[in-house]
Design a protein around this ligand. Structure first.
Ligand code: NDP
Length: 447
């Protein structure tokens, strides 16, 4: 059997075994399609069944999350954790609380996480989890009760050397705090079982900024390697959550003009540059909709609908909201508007047709697996600090983060070049991430 037949066979099995999980299929297909040259050079991966094993989670947990709302009514949500691959370290990956969360979402994110974590160079395996709980419009007490119920089941499956969840959409410092408190209460353990913790109880400086800052460090490397720089460029960023806000902050620090940001209802266009102080106030403190930005800055425009943001003319586009937010048509619009680079802060925000459009139009493209790995990298640094019982300074963690992102760019670019895909960072990230995990799996036998 040649390598293409192996890939087709594994993909067929994935589709059959995981029916009704299109996002998971999409994520697997992209990785498998990158591996034909790897399998040609390393037939031992095929013999050891690495492909068939790597697409199957080591363990999936689904559980009931019952809680009582402020009106005294019983509510039931569904909780998930997928422990995908532990070949290079304990499972590591965020928890997402959003009504759209289901098995397919958690599995696509968990699968991506395996390769992303490998790219960081740190000893962390891949996992992901979450719930279809919607934190929007919930009171503080409801959020706390939900988080406590969620961890009351999940606690038995996680641990500082077993599986270390973090945040993702809908899960920030507040939710991590409630889950950590309940974990500690049940187990009596004060360890690094969750990352993204608050600073007074074991959190790491720079974790809040890490994904956004890391994205810009990666983008900067990609631009530099192609004779460009961020200074003076106009940037559009979708989302206004953790990743988007800190990507905007670092982009501004590097001299770019961020003119638009969004939430799931609509987007703000402020041609003079988004005021990040206001954005943080609205999103991090008041937890309000982005539309209220115009109350502070009447000259800015608010438009309903989150996809319209991609019609704004810019040099650099940073999708930082959610998966599949950019389709082929929106990508073509960006290309027509003369965009020179796209870097993904969200996980898998560009559909396959969008990626193809970027590549045919010679737009520099930084895939999420590589470009947004800064968050999990600093989470792993938080684990190190927890184990050592010490805290590094902001500058120390930031310098390590930058180093890691520069290395990821180099590794990804090099792997693309070595396997005949020069300049294609999608292939490079998939290949470099896969090689590390596959070699570890090979060494550990059929497990
Ligand atoms: P947040 O919850 O902080 O923010 C999410 C942002 O995206 C909000 O502005 C939200 O708008 C918007 N959004 C969410 N879902 C949708 C949707 N279905 N359609 C349109 N807009 C949507 O999440 P994060 O910033 O943490 O995560 C954003 C992305 O980055 C996700 O893809 C996540 O997986 C990825 N990521 C996050 C990391 C982290 O460290 N936090 C690490 C690596 C990747 P609204 O408020 O209206 O819902």
């Amino acid at each position: 059997m040649d390598q293409q037949q192996v890939i087709t066979g594994v993909m067929e099995q994935v589709t059959k075994r995981n029916s009704g999980e299109p996002l998971f299929h999409q994520a697997v297909l992209e990785v498998l399609e990158s591996l034909d040259q790897v399998l040609k050079r390393r037939p031992e991966y095929v013999e050891a069944g690495i492909l068939a094993r790597i697409v199957e989670p080591e363990r999936q947990i689904t559980f009931r999350v019952p809680w009582v709302d402020d009106q005294g009514r019983v509510q039931v949500n569904r909780g998930f954790r997928v422990q995908f691959n532990s070949a290079i370290g304990p499972y590591k990956g965020g928890l997402r609380f959003h009504p759209s969360v289901n098995q397919s979402v958690v599995k696509f994110l968990g699968f991506e996480q395996i390769f992303k974590n490998a790219l960081t160079g740190l000893p962390i395996g891949g996992g992901k989890g979450g719930s279809d709980f919607d934190p929007k419009e919930k009171s503080e007490n409801e959020i706390m009760r939900f988080c406590q119920s969620f961890i009351t089941e999940l606690y038995r499956h996680i641990g500082a050397d077993v599986d270390v969840p973090a945040g993702d959409i809908g899960v920030g410092g507040r939710e991590i705090g409630y889950m950590y408190g309940q974990y500690k209460r049940i187990t009596g353990l004060y360890g690094g079982v969750l990352t993204g913790k608050g600073l007074p109880y074991g959190g790491s400086l720079t974790r809040t900024e890490a994904t956004g800052y890391g994205l810009i460090y990666f983008l900067d490397e990609m631009l530099k390697a192609n004779g460009q720089t961020l200074a003076g460029k106009t940037v559009v960023i979708s989302g206004s959550g953790n990743v988007a806000i800190y990507a905007a902050e670092k982009a501004q620090q590097n001299g770019a003009l961020v003119v638009a940001m969004s939430d799931s209802n609509g987007y703000i266009y402020d041609p003079n540059g988004i005021n990040l102080g206001t954005m943080k106030q609205i999103k991090e403190i008041e937890r309000k909709r982005i539309s209220t930005y115009t109350e502070y800055h009447p000259k800015a425009e608010y438009h309903e609908g989150f996809q319209g943001i991609w019609s704004i003319k810019c040099d650099i586009a940073l999708p930082c909201a959610t998966q599949n937010e950019l389709d082929g048509k929106l990508a073509a619009q960006l290309a027509e508007n003369g965009v020179i680079a796209v870097a993904e802060g969200a996980n898998m925000p560009s559909m396959p047709e969008a990626i193809k459009t970027f590549q045919t139009n010679k737009i520099l493209f930084a895939p999420s697996k590589a470009a947004n790995a800064g968050g999990v990298a600093v989470s792993a640094l938080e684990m190190s600090q927890n184990s050592m019982r010490l805290s590094w300074t902001f500058e120390e963690v930031d310098a390590k983060l930058k180093d890691i992102m520069v290395n990821i760019y180099a590794k990804t670019n090099m792997a693309a070049w070595e396997y005949g895909y020069e300049g294609n960072l999608v292939k490079g990230a998939n290949i470099a991430g896969f090689l590390k995990v596959a070699n570890a799996m090979l060494a550990q036998g059929i497990v």
